[in-house]
Design a protein around this ligand. Sequence first.
Ligand code: HEC
Ligand code: HEC
Length: 342
Amino acid sequence: MKKTFGAFVLTSVLLLVACSTETEQKEDNLVTLQENHVPFELAIPSHFPDMVIPKDNPLTVAKVELGKQLFFDPSLSVDGSVSCASCHLPSKAFSDVLAVSQGVKGAVTERNSPSLMNIGFHPIFMREGAVPTLELQVLSPLEGETEMAHNIVLACERLNQDSTYRARFQEVFGQSATPFTLTRAIAAYERTLIGGDAPFDAYLLGDSTALTPLQQQGYALFTSDRLACSSCHSGVLLSSFALEHNGLKPRDTDPGLMRLTLNEADRGKFKVPSLRNIALTAPYMHDGRFASLEAVIEHYNKGGDGVTNQDERIRSLSLQEDEKEALLAFFDALTEASGKGE
Ligand code: HEC
Ligand code: HEC
């Protein structure tokens, strides 16, 4: 039976609470151990915001390495066929090329896999923003029936049967793989996925030649009152991370934020995506309904689908052809070298 979202939240809360009590007695050990470890220095560009690192999960070189190994390891899925990277492709800024991703045994997820570049700067996770930390988020794909379909306790048991993993978890956490240590390691790795080296960044940092004249025209349009794109796709990460309605007619099966609040006024509201690496992350929107950026621009140009709850900033724009080209050119300037897996 398909696990309901409510059941997921309940399991997650129970598990993480249980995990923290379990590990409390080992907390002193853990802190001493981590103090002896080489800290991982995040390369946060000067124009980026600070990243909030949870106190119980300081970044160390060994932990990030372990998290990376886990991220690419299909043995985390029930039948050993799917890893995190199966749906978050490093060459596509850690997003997927499919409209909706495929999990174990060809199961189909209901949403498009978002990019994980710069994910450590996000204040909330998932398309309706239901998950507050990267640590907690790991449970969702690991246990999701259409993703890895595993059980986190059994996944840890499997890891602990492997002597190399056992040794690495001991080295990093002073204990074996547990729901607590597994989720910490993966989240630590995810926080290291930082870009900030796109032509747009060079431009923001003062190199006025980093964007072509067409790209500069696109940026001006993007931030203009007429288009108002940057009122939602704001700041250096090009997202306010708010839950907004951008005029897409929602599918009956996915009411977005309303899934969380049960409030009709939230139907069709989704987390504003960062547009960094947008040229690499097709298809677009929560359900991958648009195959190209041209189609996305058409959506905004016509003023959305004209549905209930649609934000008033989504209105007919009457864009000229050269304006559409300028926007597309601007999107190209948002590609980070690390987003291409370089
Ligand atoms: C079967 C495909 C699939 C697999 C496997 C998968 N993901 Fe995802 N991931 C998705 C989809 C689809 C979403 C969007 C889910 C939603 O919003 O409900 C997502 C969302 C996320 C998010 C939230 C992104 C955001 O912008 O809010 C993070 C973080 C993430 N995944 C990390 C991981 C990690 C870590 C793993 C491995 C433990 C993993 N994913 C495995 C498909 C997958
Ligand atoms: C009212 C807030 C709002 C405004 C204004 C807005 N957007 Fe969006 N945008 C969103 C939301 C929310 C989504 C994600 C919807 C979803 O997941 O289905 C989105 C998605 C996108 C995407 C696809 C991102 C992806 O990863 O799939 C692009 C590209 C985009 N917007 C560009 C623009 C442009 C260009 C403009 C101006 C013409 C604009 N947006 C104006 C809220 C907004």
